[in-house]
Design a protein around this ligand. Sequence first.
Ligand code: URA
Length: 234
Amino acid sequence: MRLNKYIAHSGVVSRRKADELIAQGRVKVNGAVAPVGWDVKEGDVVEVSGRVIKPEKKTVYYMLNKPVGYITTVNDDRGRETVLDLMPDVKERIYPVGRLDYNTSGLLILTNDGDLANRLMHPSGEVKKTYLAEVKGLMHLSDAEKLRKGVDIGDRRPTAPAEVEIIKQSESTSIVEIRIGEGRNRQVRRMFSAVGHEVIKLRRTAYGNLKLGHLKPGQYKKLSKNEIEYLKSL
Ligand code: URA
């Protein structure tokens, strides 16, 4: 197996990142720095930055309904619970595709397929994510229109066009569905803040065409063959 594929299958990094590590001389096979394009044979010992790695036998794909109060990184230096604490039965070294804030709930994909994860997280924004937001105050049609066109959230460029539907309006709070392709840090919260509405609750309800369905907060399921094929087709 090609060295870059072997490294990607170990769940450490994507194949492209593996190529960079190999080019930087940080990968050794049987104790010697390995050249790009090396073929790994049965019994070879591969080290990345001094650590021996082994490819995962099989790739696995899960959907979790993340509850509020969990972080989406694999380790937390402040000792907070991570989404992996919710999935003790999963033996493979999976990690989340993208992030949800500590205070955000909803649909999270987790896998040990480094190549797919990296493609899905690409900033080209191909994958549309749908969120249901409860926000403070009366959401006006003009606010929704601004979000649709793109707003300044203090980054170098405004946000890309979004799909926005007001589900419920009242003087105190409103419920809004928003669908975006980008995945900037705290993007949805910052978008609503840019039009004067603080987000009280945020839940991701769909990732592309994949929906949470009946999964309750804290529950997870293996993705079906069709769902995996769909993600690979994106
Ligand atoms: N946008 C946010 O503001 N937070 C999330 O967790 C996801 C999208």
